[in-house]
Design a protein around this ligand. Sequence first.
Ligand code: 8NA
Ligand code: MG
Ligand code: MG
Ligand code: MG
Length: 344
Amino acid sequence: GKSSLLSKMRGALVGSLAGDCLGNPFQTKGEFVSKSVLDHYLIGLQDPNLKVPYKPYTDDTAMTKNVVRSLLECKGYNPKDMAVRFVEEYKKDPKRDYGERVVNVFARLNMEGYEDPYRPAREQFDKQGSFGNGAAMRVAPVALYFCHNLEKCLEVAEEQARLTHFNWIAIMGAVLQSSAVFHALNCKEGAKLEAVEFVNKLRESIERIVDREEKTECLIKTTESYQDKLNKVLVFLKKSDPTPEHVADELGNGFSALESVHTAIYSFLKAVKETGDAKEKIFCQSLFNAIWIGGDTDTIGAMTGAISGAYVGFENINSILAAHLEDKDTVVKLADGIAEAVSE
Ligand code: 8NA
Ligand code: MG
Ligand code: MG
Ligand code: MG
């Protein structure tokens, strides 16, 4: 019903915020955090007596908020408006750990006056475009806004990616992540989530996008890599105790979209399996899984949190934990704005 949709939308955006804020302190280059340290951290944040400064968000949330604002203000996708919002947000508040090279796209957009908002991204990296996960990390609101229309969700996920990321790897990552959030949001209440079924839906989304596009060598290669890795997600879900090193090696934990989106999907599905699909446990467990794998923990955390939050709903995200997140109330209001827009 209407209230469950609202709860799932809040869950998705607060979930993404939580993954960003809580994953951020654990970004690593090589070392992994121990299970007990991470457990202690996440359990501690659910203690009502703990007084600590709020956990700040990073680029992931800064951009996600502006995807929402643009969709709401324009009543749909408007490339120029969204590009302007990304740039103005960055100018207002640049110290949010943006990707090293995406800031060059912002500078060129600003300089060129948004005449063609896709051009700066297209010309980056010798016209190969960025393969970073920056287009996937911010895409959750697209799945929320187009929650009744998968075709449109995937199309806008693809288009918004191109504002900053022209490489198929980055675009496909945004498509895959949008599909994961879409299907988590649209899971029927009470129905058990089957990993194989969920992954098959993600495969179909990738194929839908490929069907509409010119079959360049790059697209074919990227698609194969994405589908192969979805297989690996299922293989890893069957393993009893994979080490974080092993998961990082095989599924990835880096800032390429192909090294991170699958890891977020795996972190979510693993939590569903580990908790026996117990909604009140899934969210925290999924963040645990994501952060434990190390590397780009804020972004993999944000993507994992968006999927699992959309699945379990806001009431299954611990409210004491949520109170530690910078700007949580703003994010809740943005989710409510989308819920209102889609029910009109
Ligand atoms: P991006 O487009 O700058 O790409 C991220 C990184 O990937 C950059 O260092 C690029 O140089 C590299 N890269 C991307 N495409 C190519 C290519 N075709 N050839 C060679 N190198 C390439 O930024 P983004 O928006 O995709 O980045 C998202 C990630 O960066 C997220 O993890 C986000 O949180 C942020 N991040 C920031 C920091 C920080 O401390 N500033 C640390 C980690 C991640
Ligand atoms: Mg970040
Ligand atoms: Mg960061
Ligand atoms: Mg990151």
